[in-house]
Design a protein around this ligand. Structure first.
Ligand code: NDP
Length: 855
């Protein structure tokens, strides 16, 4: 024992161990072997297999955890399905009482939960005790409130059904709470798969559910391996939604696996979050911020500030201060209350971190680590700082998921933003400056779901959390997070025909079907998977057999010559009134292929021709849309003015547009007039919304103003519905541009002339070039190019079930958001289905900016 005088001299900490007893006693009481929690019962896995879980701080085994197989997952899903009707129809207040009870019992068992979590994961007890477990309880309290308020606040929404939830190992119980609390509050039932490294706290949680008497089957916890449990859950036909947190690679595979199934999906994925320091920031606070950003939870945090972007003139000063602080950090056993950094979760993760750090050195970056050594028993890695990092290197771009900071410098605010956004991710960011105007401007310009000003890693149930770009989609927490577990009441529970799962749009009511134009949608175009976009179009049906027309490079196509090889129509006997071009970057554009496609009236007579768009045209249109992204920075007021103007100009030509609809589709002129009138009204609606779809200020318990801002998603590709050639296009394009997005739209494939007529209206309404681009042609090949395109941020698709599958599958490339109808058309004239906040939510993503206050 050192003398007290000596301790004053060295200011060394002694060990301050938290007793492991409660957790070890809990494990011993179960014979160190855990079972599955299905339908309110503890059951052995049908496979008879168990996996070992160990303490990464010592590498000593802790327990055997049941390794479920597909049959166990089936049983869990069946239990959740059976529990759903009763649970979802309980009064909100009754569900609220269950959630309050869960929260209270979490507080009651907080010591057990904190110790168990630290033992199983390796994270310091200070973090589990002071952050993870209190936030878990807070999540259940907060969402109990939403259960209470659901009927009043979400009268037009209903629960989704059975939700499969897959969580990672970095915050095992907290991620469980983020998933389960909103799902239960909104009336869903759950099957949850914990990560195999860290299943124990989820099982202790299941005991709490028993304790409070949660009805059997409402929550089922199925432990085991990803290939057995995770994949079965993801592919299960009776699961309505998958909510996932984990790596971007697995998220991408889940997007592909669920494509076309009708399952809803929310993905909270990886990040490489920037930590931006301006030269007027308080550097001592910055140093503590960096400690919290990258050494909290050993850097195994999806939103870890892992890229230090520092203004050049203060870089060396900051690095020097950081090295001093790093030298004082303490790495050690998770149950020691005096350690700053615990153990890495397991040997495989430790090996990944080691490999990436070696790669950083090989890439030429300068490595710095403290002089002291980590404990040799267990999985430890020292805090690490890389300087002289080139922005394109692996360590600057790859999520290391360990205690490793990579530093780069910038000179100007714009350079800082460019560097911050130079990543495929967009989960979080931290901005440090004493100039609040500058910090908020940078926060606005960084593409990330959460931005902390002069702070980092702040979380609360009231503030939504989730990513932009390849960090995933969907939000957890806040009002915005609840929509991940809801769907409109007009979607009934009719099963999706193709896959046997429930899906959005799958339950169109009889009224709704009656509201569609039957002829128009029954000729829904079959998906042309793998079609060669550059080839001339081939016939689709007898009625609409494509007469391929080469525009011959003529200025307006009026002198088209028929390629008789592909033609079944003699255009010489039919009046071809005009060939509208496509509309790209505010200009009329001739199709790259030089080909046109015919447009027929219901009697099969040629009405006109439109350009046969191809991959190149889509690329040009996406480029134009990207160039026009300044549209997002115009005020809502200005966007509203332009939408009003478009509405007025359309009103002035109502008769002409109605006549065009009748010419293309036949039918009752009164119906066509009603379609035009509804389109005008819809434009007025979104003009009205343009400056009113506001964000919120969340009441987080921390001393902070947390501003939730809906922002434009970016470039949205839209495949318009076949029916309602004008209204369908307007109903989708108007909300998108009202919220500041730019659009590449594929008009109705069969009746495109109403959309191409629209660009004359745009031209006379001051709509900036490139905000709306129209590419005519075959819907399926064109939308596929959009879904594949890495510079498109979202795709909305109205069409066939097969086309929906293609769009969702292809969108996994850059994890773009998708909104598809699985072949079930909306009743576009019905305002419940055809307009409203649902469209605005799809057109926006919420960014939460945290601004702490107080000295
Ligand atoms: P994964 O993404 O592989 O695992 C997360 C969860 O998904 C676990 O429950 C895992 O199960 C499950 N899972 C894995 N593959 C599938 C699948 N095909 N179908 C269904 N479920 C699946 O993360 P890892 O644990 O492998 O970590 C690898 C890397 O991922 C880390 O180095 C880090 O970069 C990143 N990561 C990011 C996280 C985040 O919060 N953004 C969290 C965790 C990791 P099982 O545990 O049985 O493998």
């Amino acid at each position: 024992m050192p003398a007290i005088a000596e301790l004053f001299e060295t200011m060394d900490y002694g060990p301050a161990p938290e007793a492991a007893d409660p957790a070890l006693a809990w494990l011993d009481a179960r014979g160190r072997k855990t079972e599955l929690y299905i339908n309110g019962q503890w059951v052995a896995p049908q496979s008879g297999q168990w996996l070992e879980t160990s303490n990464p701080a010592t590498n000593q085994p802790l327990a055997q955890v049941a390794a479920a197989g597909p049959a166990d997952v089936d049983a869990a899903v069946a239990a959740a399905r059976a529990a759903f009707p009763a649970w979802s129809s309980l009064p909100g207040q009754t569900r609220a009482r269950y959630l309050y009870a869960i929260a209270r019992h979490i507080q009651k068992h907080s010591r057990l939960l904190a110790v168990l979590e630290s033992l199983d994961n390796g994270k310091p007890i200070r973090e589990t005790r002071d952050l993870d477990i209190p936030l878990v309880a807070r999540h259940f309290y907060y969402h109990a409130g939403w259960a209470q308020l659901m009927e009043r606040e979400f009268p037009d929404q209903q629960a989704l059904g059975v939700v499969g939830q897959i969580i990672p190992w970095n915050f095992p119980l907290l991620m469980l709470a983020w998933k389960i609390a909103p799902a239960l509050a909104m009336g869903n039932t759950v099957v949850l798969k914990p990560a195999k490294f860290t299943a124990l706290s989820a099982l202790a949680f299941a005991e709490i559910l028993d304790e409070i008497g949660l009805p059997p089957g409402v929550v089922n916890i199925v432990t085991g391996d990803a290939s057995q449990v995770g994949e079965t859950l993801v592919n299960h036909p009776d699961v309505d939604k998958i909510a996932f947190t984990g790596s971007t690679d697995v998220g991408r595979s889940l997007r592909r696996a669920t494509a076309g199934s009708g399952k809803r999906l929310s993905l909270e994925l990886g990040g490489k979050s920037p930590f931006v320091v301006f030269d007027d920031a308080d550097l001592d606070s910055v140093v503590e911020g960096v400690v919290d950003a990258i050494w909290f939870n050993q850097g195994q945090v999806c939103c870890a500030g892992s890229r230090l972007l520092v203004q050049e003139n203060i870089a060396e000063t900051l690095y020097a201060k950081l090295r001093v602080r790093m030298e004082k950090l303490r790495v050690g056993d998770s149950l020691d209350k005096a350690v700053d950094i615990g153990a890495i979760v397991g040997p495989s993760q430790l090996a990944t971190i080691t490999r990436l750090v070696e790669q950083g050195v090989a890439e030429g970056a300068t490595l710095w680590q403290p002089t002291w050594a980590c404990p040799t028993e267990g999985c430890y890695f020292p805090p690490t700082l890389f300087t002289n990092v080139a922005p394109a290197t692996t360590i600057a771009q790859t999520e290391i998921f360990g205690p490793v900071m990579v530093a780069m410098t910038f000179r100007t605010p714009s350079e800082a933003v460019a560097l911050a956004n130079n990543t495929r991710y967009g989960l979080a960011a931290s901005v440090w400056s004493d100039n609040l105007n500058l910090a908020l401007d940078i926060a606005r310009r960084i593409k990330a779901g959460t931005v902390w000003v002069n702070s980092t890693n702040l979380f609360d149930a009231a503030a939504g959390f989730g990513g932009y770009r390849e960090s995933g989609f969907g939000r957890e927490g806040g009002r915005e997070g609840l929509y991940e577990y809801l769907r409109p009441v007009w979607e009934t529970g009719i099963r999706h025909q193709a896959s046997g799962v429930r899906g959005p749009g799958s339950g169109v009511s009889d009224d709704a079907v009656a509201g569609e134009r039957p002829a128009a949608d029954s000729d829904g175009v079959a998906a042309a998977d793998g079609a060669d976009q550059s080839a001339p179009p081939t016939g689709r049906s007898d009625k609409h057999k494509a007469a391929t027309v080469h525009s011959n490079g003529s200025s307006n196509g009026h002198t088209a010559t028929v390629n008789t090889q592909h033609s079944t129509l003699n255009t010489q006997h039919v009046a071809v009134d005009r060939t509208p071009k496509m509309y790209i970057g505010g200009k009329q554009a001739r199709p790259d292929s030089g080909y046109s496609r015919p447009v027929h009236d219901p009697a099969g007579r040629l009405l006109g021709e439109v350009g046969e768009g191809n991959r190149k045209d889509i690329r040009n249109a996406v480029e134009a849309a990207r160039r026009a992204e300044g549209w997002a920075n115009t005020t809502g007021h200005a966007r509203a003015q332009i939408l009003y103007y478009i509405a007025e100009n359309l009103t002035a030509r109502e008769d002409e547009f109605a006549a065009r609809i009748v010419a293309q589709m036949g039918g009752d002129p009164a119906d066509a007039a009603a379609e035009v009138a509804t389109a005008v009204s819809r434009l007025f609606t979104y003009a009205a919304w343009a400056d009113k779809f506001d964000g919120q200020v969340h009441h987080t318990p921390l001393r902070s103003v947390t501003v939730a801002m809906p922002e434009a998603v970016g470039v949205i590709g839209i495949a318009c519905p076949t029916a309602y050639p004008l209204l369908g296009c307007v109903s989708l394009v108007a909300p998108a541009i009202a919220m500041g997005n730019t659009v590449v739209a594929i008009p109705s494939e069969v009746h495109p002339l109403s959309a191409t007529d629209l660009y004359q209206v745009f031209d006379t309404s001051d709509l900036p070039g490139g905000v709306v681009n129209l590419v005519t042609g075959g819907r399926e090949p064109l939308v596929r190019v959009l879904a594949d395109h890495d510079d498109v941020d979202a795709v909305w698709y109205c069409g066939s079930a097969a086309g929906s599958q293609i769009v969702e599958h292809a969108s996994a490339g850059n994890m773009k958001r998708t909104w598809v109808d699985y072949g079930h058309p909306r009743a576009w004239r019905d305002p419940m289905q055809g307009e409203g906040p649902e469209f605005l939510r799809e057109a926006t993503q919420v960014k939460n900016i945290w601004v702490p206050y107080g000295e």
